[in-house]
Design a protein around this ligand. Structure first.
Ligand SMILES: [Zn+2]
Length: 110
């Protein structure tokens, strides 16, 4: 019993919460159907994966911040296949805050 709880705790948090109430990982927060088998759980509304892809590409190019990645996508980064298949996308998630060369945009208070 105790061991089972410890095991469950390791994967608890956003993860478990998300699996109980899955939302689209592109950040639109649309509710997804809960799959009977968690292995078949969908992560996006049809076609919405491209929205996350383009966000990740922006991050890779330095046009967006890692902080812009939706919480749902971060929680599921290890399970989203196209991210696991692309080291560049994984890097976007791993990218540190990039303190170097961050110039305040025009009109932004530094
Ligand atoms: Zn979406």
């Amino acid at each position: 019993m105790r061991a089972a709880w410890a095991k469950r705790r390791a994967t608890a948090g956003v993860d478990a919460e998300w699996l109980a109430h899955p939302v689209c990982c592109c950040g639109c927060s649309a509710r997804l159907d809960v799959a009977k088998n968690p292995e078949n759980q969908r992560f996006f509304k049809p076609g919405h994966d491209s929205a996350l892809k383009s966000l990740l590409r922006k991050i890779i190019r330095g046009e967006a911040k890692r902080e812009d990645i939706p919480q749902a996508a971060r929680a599921n980064v290890a399970r989203i296949k196209f991210i696991q298949a692309d080291p560049g996308f994984q890097e976007a998630f791993a990218k540190p805050g990039q303190p170097q060369r961050r110039q305040p945009a025009k009109g932004e208070t530094a």
